[in-house]
Design a protein around this ligand. Structure first.
Ligand code: ZN
Length: 138
């Protein structure tokens, strides 16, 4: 069995952002030379998410509005975690959107359904943050 590991750094200009990182993951697959196996992608931070969904701007706006209803950023004083840092909402948003994805790798390609794409969900950005790509297989 072969294995491959890579860290990729993102630095978003805004506090919250949704980035399609499918192409970055495909570059890792090509670099790894692995054709059959599993691809794991996770952020190395507790205020961002990796998730799979549709690359459609209206939907990303819907995520933003929905997450702000469930875990609004402000007022900062509503959260006990704030006081250390003002990012309690980002921890909660990450919990809702999930930590990682695992995708089957078949014949050197992500074995996706028609509309599936991999996203980096940033909830406390404007600083460098890393994601991990781990690939195992043959
Ligand atoms: Zn925090």
């Amino acid at each position: 069995m072969k294995s491959y590991r890579k860290e990729i750094t993102f630095h978003t200009k805004t506090r919250r952002a949704y980035l399609n990182i499918t192409h970055e993951v495909e570059k890792c697959i090509n670099e790894s030379g692995i054709k059959e196996g599993l691809v794991l992608v996770n952020p190395m931070h507790i205020t961002s998410s990796i998730f799979i969904n549709d690359d459609e701007a209206g939907l990303h706006n819907d995520f933003e509005v929905w997450l702000e209803k469930i875990a609004p950023e402000k007022p900062h004083s509503q959260y006990r975690h704030n006081g250390y840092e003002d990012n309690a909402d980002a921890h909660l948003k990450r919990q809702i959107m999930g930590r990682e994805v695992v995708v089957a790798l078949t014949n050197g390609k992500l074995d996706f359904g028609t509309w599936e794409q991999i996203f980096y969900g940033e909830f406390d950005g404007m600083r460098p943050k890393r994601i991990l790509v781990k690939i195992i297989g043959e």
